[in-house]
Design a protein around this ligand. Structure first.
Ligand SMILES: [Fe+2]
Length: 295
């Protein structure tokens, strides 16, 4: 079995490159904790600009001790774009912030690697998730860097991916989710999207391996066996810890991730404890392929 290969970071900025925030990286490629900022107060343009830069560099930013109101939470997310109103989840007081509750009657179900809603033509740009109640232990979230995972592929495989697209489709709800949807009277709108296997990040220009095992069903134009073998290989590439970061939540913690360049996994190890999160999701744009093959 091949080992993961890490290439030198190409876009990450060092802590000393920031004057208005403290940036403490959690790993070589993905994830940084941001300090020296109070997100409940209006952000100075220079501070916001540095947060934007750190977001693109590190793909997921962590903040601690940020006890925001729901309105402050939504206002913060709106700096990045229009917010999604989730018809499947209860809201947290305003419709742009969803409330996600797991307890003994509704166990966590985020424990599969995925980017959010890649079955949409325009998947979300990102999400800002805030911890309201956390279990005493457990309930961490992991993110993986799809740009670093792409960089680590052998050149021949990168060339094989050029021009390929994949179908992303909503998986059928499991029995528990189906019961929940029925109880809420929510109709599931089935959507399917075709995206390039490798997309270019619209802001950094970086090539990204745009697949995930929840939504990506098959590669267009390949026999079923070849499609499954290729996707399994790519999913395995994303599974290496070298491309990942793991976050331990506290009440008031915020994780803000770039949904275009990461997948995430909510560890479901805290049942039957209660975990309550609130989430604002920023609408995104249509993925497009890179102009040239990265090396
Ligand atoms: Fe998710």
């Amino acid at each position: 079995m091949e080992r993961p290969r890490l290439t030198p970071r190409r876009f990450g900025a060092a802590s000393e490159d920031f004057n208005h925030i403290d940036v403490r990286p959690y790993s070589t490629v993905i994830g940084a904790e941001i300090g020296g900022v109070d997100l409940s107060t209006p952000l100075e343009p220079a501070t916001l600009a540095e947060i934007r830069r750190a977001f693109l560099d590190w793909k997921v930013l962590f903040f601690r001790g940020q006890h925001l109101t729901v309105v402050q939470h939504a206002d913060l997310a709106r700096h990045w774009g229009e917010l999604y109103v989730n018809p499947h989840l209860p809201d947290a007081g305003i419709e742009q912030v969803a409330r996600i509750v797991h307890d003994e009657s509704d166990p966590g179900n985020e424990n599969m690697w995925h980017s959010d809603a890649t079955h949409w033509d325009k998947p979300p740009l990102g999400s800002l998730l805030r911890a309201v109640k956390v279990p005493e232990f457990g309930g961490d979230t992991l993110w993986a860097d799809l740009g670093a995972a792409y960089d680590g592929l052998p050149q021949a495989l990168k060339e094989r991916l050029v021009g390929l697209t994949a179908i992303h489709t909503q998986p059928a709800p499991d029995a528990l989710s189906a019961a929940l949807l029925r109880r809420k009277g929510t109709r599931v709108r089935h959507s399917v999207a075709e995206h390039p296997l490798v997309r270019e990040h619209p802001e950094t220009g970086r090539p990204i391996l745009f697949v995930n095992p929840v939504f990506t069903s098959h590669v267009v134009g390949l026999p079923s066996q070849d499609s499954s073998a290729l996707l399994d290989l790519l999913f395995r590439q994303v599974s290496f810890p070298e491309y990942q970061v793991r976050f331990r939540w506290e009440v008031g913690s915020i994780a803000f991730w770039d949904n275009r360049s990461t997948v995430h996994y909510g560890v479901n190890d805290y049942f039957p404890s209660c975990r309550i999160m609130e989430r604002a999701t920023i609408l995104g744009d249509r993925p497009f392929p890179p102009a040239a093959v990265g090396s």
